[in-house]
Structures are given as C-alpha cells and as structure tokens.
Write a protein that binds this ligand. Structure first.
Ligand code: RFL
Length: 387
C-alpha cells in the first residue's frame, strides 16, 4: 500500500509493478490537482538514470532541457560556474515536476496499477504485525480498510505516515532557517541562459528556467508575508532591482501565474522506518528548496525501497529492508548539509548590528571563495549537480 502520488509514490509504484510486485496507491487529491501542481524542475543525473533505466523518462528525454551552468550576481560582479568546465559529466535536466507526475501516473495505469484519487489515508495500524492496515476515505465519504504486507509512506511533509511512528521510535531533528521565499511562476520565457542566484542587500532573488513559456523566480521576503501584497508590478520592480538589470540587461516580463510563500525549513526523521512502514521523500525528510534536492531524494529513496521490497517479497531476503533507513540516511544528510550551506550562501541577515554585519561579511567571503578558488568550485559542482 503506497500513500501519496507524488514523485516518491509514483516512482515506487512503477518500479514495484516492473518487478512483479502488486501495489495500490491512494492519493488524497484529484488527478487534475497532482498533474498541475508546479513545484520542482531540476532533476539530477542520477534521477534521470533511474527514470531512464525503468522506462519512465520518455517525456523528460523528449522535452526536458539540459543545463550545465549556474551564475551568481553579487555586489562585486557576476560569475558563472560551468559544471562541465569543472570536469563533471553530469548535468541538470529541467523538466517541470507536474509533467513528470503526469507521465508517471500514465505509465502506472498503463502497467495495470491501481491508483485511487481523492482517497485519503486517515488511519494506519498494525505496523508491528505482518498485516498492516490503512483506513481510507474516498470521494463519496465511504471508509474502507485496506490490508497489505507493507505500507510506503510517500505522502509528503503534511501526510499521515510520519505521524504513525510511535513516540520515541524515531527522532525528528530540524530547523526553521528563519528565511522565506516568495516562489513565483511567470508567464515569460527565461531571460538568462543559466540558473542565476542574485545576492543583494535587499535580499536574495533567483531565476530558474522551467519551460519555453514559463520561468520560475524567487524573492526573499519577510516571514509572514502575504503573497497578495506582491502585485505583478511590485514583483517585477523588485526582481529588476535585485537581479541588477541596469547592469546586466532586462528580464522578459509576463503575468505572474502563481505566487506562494515558502518558509525555509528542513527536518530529518531517524530512522525512516518502523515495523512494516517505510517513509520515502518529503515524508522522511523535508528539505528546503535552496539546492533543488527534494524531488531527487524522493526518487532515489523510491528506487532503494523498491529493490528492498522486491528482494523480500520475491526471495524472502529481509536484509535490504532492514537496512533501508541506514542505506538512505547518509545521502539525505549530504543533501541537507549542502542545502543548508546554500541557505547561508544566498541569504545575509538584515539589520545594522555588529552580528548581522559579521554574518554578511562571512557570506561575502563564501561567495568570493566560490568565485576565485577552483577547489571551492569543484566541491560546489560535485554537490550541486550530484548527490
Ligand atoms: P509530494 O510531492 O508532496 O507528494 C505527496 C503526495 O501525498 C499526498 N497525500 C496523501 N495521500 C493520501 N492520504 C493522505 N493522508 C495524504 N497526505 C498527503 C499529497 O496530496 C501528495 O500528492 O511528496 P514526494 O513524493 O515526497 O515528493 C517531494 C517533492 O515534491 C519535493 O521534495 C520537491 O517538490 C521539492 N522541490 C524541488 N525538488 C527538486 O529536487 N528540485 C527542484 O528544483 C525543486 N524545486 C521544490 C522546488 C519544492 C517547491 N515547493 C513548492 C515546496 C520548488 C518549490 C517551489
């Protein structure tokens, strides 16, 4: 039983079907909702490898764009980091998450999988035994009790699965980074060839390609900001200021299609399994979008869990399932460490006091290291484009 039809649940479901393991996905939202929910866009090479090896990459190979460079704009100028120039073979593939979800839903159904939309998991029990149960509520309000051998909690950060682990059986550590981003989707083509991170005294601004017609932008805003306060004109004025368009040329402008405030927060559960329950993706570990790792981690964990479940169900080998958490956590922590480093790279604290000035000087030094030192650039590229 798989809870959630995001990247984690859909990749897991597709891989299980390919391995001859029966599974059922329940998803709280409608099909239209999950197929239109715009989130991630940057897929790592390892993610593309998993999707390609499992026949799930036709859409992204046909329509994704390859990106091999990112750029930084600071008070002291602009610099680019080309990962290929830094000796990396890997690139990012830019493919909107909602398009990937649409492809994965279609493939899961084409493989004969059962996917119940508008059906929420509302209770999980029996995780200590060998026949766990999930209570669901469907669109007609009817409740059904599902039985299975295992439960995969792929239901994201606000899902039910992580709350089903009994008190004391897993430790949650986490941090609110004290920073918020206004996440914007603009109906405008990308203005810059590369992902661009602008570090400005008024706050961070980011430019990221999505599709030929749509570009994602981010603006650092105060905690508690109401997105409705940010009119299209205000958004474009602020983007132009922070992206320093007077120095580097204008941005292609268009209507803002979506604006939402993200509070940058991260957490990790340890372990990410309990009895017959296994957590995957955001349900296991929430990661701030500062380094674009969340969907990638979700897909890599789904691969590990699919292989472990197949070993258990087909060969009776419990080892990989027992090790699931230990196998996934080092990669989760490497991604968390890099995302946290990126947060410190992109955001200096506001304010005039000595501590704020000290932290801003450290931030400038980090950026300067990245601009001038090949060793820093190599390390950045390794973590940015790979996991
Ligand atoms: P999801 O995608 O949240 O899917 C969970 C699904 O579970 C459903 N659900 C339930 N279903 C049944 N019963 C219940 N009780 C349920 N409760 C919840 C939900 O409706 C949902 O469909 O989790 P998953 O699969 O773990 O995938 C995680 C990714 O979605 C997430 O990490 C990324 O979007 C993060 N992220 C990015 N990641 C990248 O790798 N690269 C990026 O470029 C990137 N950019 C981003 C991002 C996240 C963003 N936001 C909005 C947080 C950009 C943004 C703006």
């Amino acid at each position: 039983m798989i809870l959630g039809a995001g990247p984690a649940g859909l990749v897991l479901g597709n891989l299980l079907l390919a391995a001859g393991v029966d599974c059922l996905i329940v998803e709280r939202q409608s099909r239209a909702h999950v197929e239109q929910r715009a989130r991630a866009g940057f897929l790592a090479a390892n993610t593309v490898r998993i999707l390609t090896a499992n026949g799930l990459a036709d859409g992204l190979l046909a329509n994704g764009q390859q990106h091999d460079t990112c750029a930084f704009r600071t008070d002291s100028g602009e610099f680019e980091l080309g990962y290929r120039d830094l000796g990396r073979r890997e690139v990012h593939t830019v493919y909107p998450q909602q398009d990937l979800v649409r492809d994965l839903v279609a493939e899961f159904l084409a493989r004969g999988g059962e996917l119940r939309f508008e059906t929420a998991a509302i209770g999980i029990s029996g995780l200590d035994g060998d026949r766990p149960e999930v209570l669901t509520q469907g669109p007609d309000g009817a409740r059904r009790l599902l039985h299975g051998r295992f439960v995969a909690g792929c239901d994201g950060r606000h899902g039910l699965a992580r709350t089903a682990i009994p008190e004391g059986a897993a430790r949650r550590t986490g941090r609110d980074h004290g920073v918020s981003w206004l996440a914007l989707l603009a109906a405008a083509p990308q203005s810059l060839a590369a992902v661009t991170y602008a570090v400005h005294q008024d706050g961070f601004a980011g430019h990221m390609a999505r599709t030929p017609q749509v570009t994602r932008y981010y603006l650092q805003v105060e905690h508690g900001t109401d997105p409705a306060d940010w009119t299209d004109d205000r958004v474009w004025d602020e983007l132009q200021l922070r992206m320093r368009t007077d120095q580097y040329g204008p941005l292609h402008q268009g209507p803002i299609l979506e604006r939402r405030v993200l509070n940058m927060a991260s957490d990790v559960l340890d372990p990410i399994q309990y009895g017959r329950l296994f957590l995957v993706g955001d349900a296991a570990s929430l990661i701030s979008p500062s380094a674009a790792k969340g969907a990638n981690l979700a897909i890599m964990e789904a691969e590990v869990l699919a292989q472990a479940l197949a070993s258990q169900l087909r060969n009776g080998d419990e080892g990989p399932l027992t090790r699931y958490s230990a196998d996934c956590l080092p990669r989760i922590w490497r991604a968390q460490e890099f995302s946290h480093w990126m947060i410190n790279l992109l955001h200096g604290p506001a304010g005039k006091d000595d501590e704020a000035a000290f932290l801003r000087a450290l931030q400038r030094t980090r950026l300067e290291n990245l601009r001038t030192s090949r060793r820093h650039q190599d390390q950045f590229a390794e973590q940015y484009v790979g996991i």
